[in-house]
Design a protein around this ligand. Sequence first.
Ligand SMILES: [Fe+2]
Ligand SMILES: [Fe+2]
Ligand SMILES: [Fe+2]
Ligand SMILES: [Fe+2]
Length: 292
Amino acid sequence: MDKQELISALIYDVALEHSAIIQYLYHIFLIPDPEIVSEIEEIARQEMRHLKWFGQKIVQLGGRVNLDRAEDMISIGNSVAEMLQNNVFAERKAIEVYSSHLELAKDDSVKRLLERVINDEKEHAEEFEKMLSSAKENPPQMEGSPAADESTIKILNEFLKEEYQLIINYLYQFFHAKNWEYRDIVMDLAIESMVHMGKIGEAIGEMGQMPDLSRIDFSEQKSSSLAEQVKKDLSMETLSKDRYSKELLQNHQESVRKILDFINKQEDYHRHRLMEFFKRMHRFTIGELNDG
Ligand SMILES: [Fe+2]
Ligand SMILES: [Fe+2]
Ligand SMILES: [Fe+2]
Ligand SMILES: [Fe+2]
């Protein structure tokens, strides 16, 4: 495998991790059993680290990270047992793909990474098999569908997709930006957007409804300068904050209001954080010009 082929293989590995994360998120949102959910959450967090490591390796090799997903690899399932069975398949598929990449890779550091990840996936496959056999013995019930207000679900799903889009944007910036302070900020914002996504998705699942984690636009978000990118981020955060504020004025049930209120306050801080960085960056640039 030459360097370009290796980069392409790693881009596919990122997509595979992304797909696994989405599949597990559906399950986290839909399965009512807290024990199963916390086990899947732990595995999903590990897949996020895998995605990050594969992405960083692509950048080190001089490639560009593509944050698309392998759509055909995502299967949700209808019962808890079916979901867990799909997860066993997903882990086995990942082991197969990474093993084939390991065989072809010549780069030592990539090989070490693949070996490490394959070892994790083997552990995951075993964990899912164990969960599956106990779910078969003692089938957990899926949540019934309490009467949910359709317009509330629609709004929550819109927020869910917006947070998803923001996460993809921030992760992309994290991989490719050069400024360390900005990279630190976008990683924080990505993680907090994941928390928002989690709260909203759980709320939808608790209402017995289907969270919408369908594919979004993954086209590359290249900006001509860091200042321009920060401006874009700021306008997205402002839009997001305004939408949460607007919904808080509506007549939502208490549990939904609480979530919206919590997120709304964090969005305010996100905007503030970017604004502060933008001002500092601007001052720095002007200072530099004056020195000359
Ligand atoms: Fe993984
Ligand atoms: Fe895994
Ligand atoms: Fe958010
Ligand atoms: Fe935000």
